[in-house]
Write a protein that binds this ligand. Structure first.
Ligand SMILES: Nc1nc2c(ncn2[C@@H]2O[C@H](COP(=O)(O)OP(=O)(O)OP(=O)(O)O)[C@@H](O)[C@H]2O)c(=O)[nH]1
Ligand SMILES: [Mg+2]
Length: 347
């Protein structure tokens, strides 16, 4: 691979805390200008008044999405809350401006004659989010013939390699055959990292030379998987900044080379986003989707972040469903996404 195709392994993009910037333009979409909104103040109840909405998903070290509402409650407990504060809290939870506007507008409809309680906020938010999130996105099943190819993409350090290994473990645990392709050829350590996982999980990994062309490697990996009647070929790729067009072009080339074997391959292109990067994940999803056409997300690091709003923002604004969530560093810390459980946990 020549220098023109070198993969950028610069620092992870810093999470852009642009909530404040977003808020400046927030009132634009409200049904009524704030000056005409009812003088009713939003009284958020204490946590103990709200009850426990948590169900299932016990594997989270921190009950991640509960934090969304808990922090809202803790912030405003026992004092009146105004619309500005409520909007800000919603935007800061990474739900995105359109979703925030939707929730606030629905609350406005209730606010004409009564005091809004925390229960109203929870109920309205739950209803509006439920309208957006699919309950269960389509499961990933093997094809009748030929390997199903899953291309794992994303910016640096989001958890691609770990998620590739977790997926292999997940499918193997369901008695499927799996092969890995170490298509992050830019760093020798990346090939080794996936190699260690492959050995631990007990799946074959196709590797190339350090600096080999990832498109050629994926092409070869498909042939190997097809020859061995493997059901799932999972390709780990190098981290790349979504803003660098040459790096996105390299990914398009990987897709084209796999499609030479099967026009529908890769059958899944999953973007790995780190939940802690907040709204930056939305722009990553937008750029990757435009370039390579995503079929879903793997949202990682939900265990420690206390944030999950990005799942909703990306579904709402880009229509890309979350397929799996990463809930820790261990190989078993991956779960298929379930919208109903997610909402139950969030509110
Ligand atoms: N807590 C937590 N850590 C995770 C999760 N997924 C990945 N990590 C950690 O995140 C770090 C980066 O993971 P990698 O899988 O190497 O990330 P990557 O996207 O392949 O990184 P590059 O190849 O350098 O772009 C590692 O320390 C992982 O253990 C998760 O769901 N929860
Ligand atoms: Mg990696």
């Amino acid at each position: 691979m020549g220098p023109t195709t070198a993969v950028d392994v610069g620092q992870n993009p810093r999470p852009v805390d642009d909530a404040a910037a977003l808020l400046r333009g927030l009132t634009v979409g409200l049904k009524r200008p704030k000056s005409q909104m009812p003088p009713v103040r939003c009284r958020i109840q204490r946590a103990e008044e709200i009850g426990n909405f948590s169900t299932g998903w016990t594997s989270f070290a921190t009950p991640m999405a509960m934090n969304f509402f808990k922090s809202l409650v803790q912030k405003f407990a026992g004092k009146p809350v105004d619309w500005d504060e409520l909007e800000e809290a919603l935007v800061r939870s990474d739900l995105g401006v359109p979703m925030t506007l939707r929730i606030v507008a629905a609350l406005q409809d209730r606010a004409t004659s009564t005091t809004i309680t925390a229960n109203d906020v929870a109920e309205v938010a739950r209803d509006e989010i439920a309208r957006v999130l699919p309950i269960a996105p389509p499961p990933i099943r093997p094809l009748p013939a030929g390997p199903k190819v899953i291309l794992v993409v994303g910016v640096n350090g989001t958890g691609k390699t770990t998620s590739t290994a977790k997926l292999a473990h997940y499918f193997k645990g369901r008695r499927h055959t799996v092969m890995l392709a170490a298509a992050d050829t830019f760093r020798a350590a990346a090939i080794e990292q996936l190699g260690v996982w492959a050995e631990r999980i007990g799946v074959e990994m196709i590797r190339g030379q350090y600096n080999a062309d990832p498109a050629a490697l994926c092409y070869d990996a498909y042939q190997a998987a097809d020859r061995q009647d493997i059901e799932f070929l999972i390709c780990d790729t190098a981290g790349r900044l979504h803003t660098k067009s040459n790096l996105m072009g390299e990914l398009e080339k990987v897709k084209r080379s796999i499609a030479k074997h099967d026009a529908k391959a890769p059958h899944e292109t999953l973007l790995v986003v780190d939940a802690t990067t907040g709204s930056n994940a939305l722009s990553q999803a937008r750029e990757f989707h435009q370039s390579v056409g995503l079929t879903g997300l793997i949202v990682t690091k939900l265990d420690g972040s206390g944030k999950g709003g990005i799942v909703i923002a990306i579904q709402n604004e880009l229509g890309i469903p979350t397929r799996f969530v990463g809930t820790g560093e261990k190989v078993g810390d991956l779960e298929p996404f379930d919208g109903r459980e997610f909402i139950a946990k969030m509110l």
